[in-house]
Design a protein around this ligand. Structure first.
Ligand code: ADP
Ligand code: MG
Length: 410
């Protein structure tokens, strides 16, 4: 988002900010200092409970710092009346936080109303904001939040946060509750808006990919909001500050690679395959003594129809009568990401791969996928940073979501 032409935002500075909640042994936020440049999107990314929300809410004084200083546009936030302060700071949260008994127009126009705008100006502004977030005002103004989808409610939440044209926008996991596709669209929308608006945006997320996508800068946070790294996404990806950050980066980067590579790009394994006409004995011989071994029965056009193991073959007369219908298969055209999902969905260590016209092409194993991820990770580590050897870690199955909460930060 660095190509902004207009900057309407102001700089935010946190200096040695600490928050200790009463009755808690450790501070929720411990001595955090950070400068958020005017007109930039700074994303705070870290695991659940690391203090992101507390840090963010001290900026608009929904939470009072225990010690330290915060300035907004050079003004000491603690010296500004909290209600006035909040009117200059848009705030958007997960589930949109809309008032259910107010119409969409009333929700969007609430802050302008509080600061004394005339009715006609509020009405114009409300339409403008709904337009801006891609909702037709004539259709949505008079509706109630429950009549909108989750994604539409989030759009209204963003429209409301922007309505009074605040220089600063705080967004706390605003897209956390919507499905991945809607989430992607909302992210695109926010980037488009920001290119026009040039606000100072502090955005909180647990999703490292979201941080990389949206941030001009990202602050990777550890416990008590300790800043592990604060830099551009490119710099964080290229040069993770420590092993924890490298863990987020490595898994994210490797999984991004998995969507770029196809099954045909990696070496396939094989299991015994037989046509339906072949004998039970020949399949039995091919499977050998290994009780875990299994084979595939093909139709006349070499398409896999059933799989079988030794137990199925005992007492069987013909391969036409034995085996279990094939589960989900992957194609040589599938991405490695698809293959990984098929393996996870079936709960199997091996998936069957079909090539042209659905013919048997081989099998792909979880080990082969893990090896590929490791290779990508080590290449990534060599390309960018010889200090960190990501290959030593076993890939964590949870990293598929790339949610840093499930990473190794805590
Ligand atoms: P995050 O947004 O990163 O999930 P939070 O800022 O919500 O983290 O919480 C940081 C820590 O402070 C957590 O350990 C949480 O349990 C604690 N905490 C948050 N709010 C309160 C509160 N009102 N009272 C006491 N402890 C709190
Ligand atoms: Mg939070």
């Amino acid at each position: 988002m660095s190509e902004n032409t207009t900057v309407s935002g102001v700089e935010i500075v946190l200096e040695n900010v600490t928050k200790s909640y009463p009755g808690q042994k450790d501070a929720a936020v411990d001595n955090v200092s950070m400068t958020i440049p005017a007109g930039e999107v700074v994303v705070l990314v870290g695991p659940s409970g690391c203090g992101k929300t507390t840090t963010m809410r001290m900026i608009n004084r929904l939470i009072e710092p225990t010690s330290g200083r915060i300035t907004i546009g050079g003004e000491d936030a603690l010296s500004i009346n909290p209600n006035e302060l909040r009117r200059t700071i848009g705030y958007s949260i997960q589930q949109a936080g809309l008032f259910p008994h107010m119409t969409i127009a009333e929700n969007v126009g609430m802050v302008p109303g509080l600061i004394g705008w005339k009715k006609s100006r509020i009405s114009d502004r409300t339409d403008e904001m709904l337009d801006l977030v891609g909702l037709d005002p004539s259709l949505y103004r008079e509706r109630y939040p429950r009549q909108l989808s989750g994604g539409q409610q989030q759009r209204v939440g963003v429209a409301r946060a922007l309505a009074a044209d605040p220089p600063v926008l705080l967004m706390d996991e605003p897209f956390g509750a919507v499905d991945p596709i809607t989430r992607g669209l909302l992210q695109d929308e926010l980037m488009r808006l920001q290119a026009e608006l040039g606000k100072t945006i502090v955005f909180v997320t647990r999703d490292f990919d979201e941080a990389v996508k949206l941030g001009d800068r990202i602050a990777v946070l550890g416990n008590q909001s300790r800043i592990l790294q604060f830099d551009t996404p490119e710099a964080v990806l290229a040069n993770p500050a420590d092993d924890t950050v490298a863990g987020f980066v490595g898994s994210g980067a490797a999984l991004k690679q998995l969507t770029l590579m196809r099954v045909r790009d990696i070496e396939l394994s094989d299991v015994p395959v037989m046509g339906e006409d072949e004998s039970v004995e020949s399949m039995s011989t091919a499977l050998g003594r290994d009780p875990e071994a299994w084979g595939i029965i093909l139709d006349a056009r070499r398409r896999p129809i059933r799989w079988t193991d030794r137990r199925h073959l005992t007492n069987a007369k013909s391969l036409r009568d034995v085996g279990v219908p094939m589960g989900e298969m992957v194609s040589t055209q599938s991405t490695l990401q698809d293959a990984l999902e098929a393996l996870l969905a079936e709960g199997n260590a091996t998936a069957t791969v079909t090539g042209k016209r659905g013919e048997y092409a081989g099998t792909i194993t979880i080990e082969a996928l893990i090896d590929t991820i490791k290779t990508i990770r080590s290449q990534h580590a060599h390309d960018h940073d010889d200090d960190h050897d990501n290959t030593a870690e076993d890939p964590d199955p949870d990293v598929a979501r790339n949610d840093v909460t499930t990473g190794n930060a805590s």
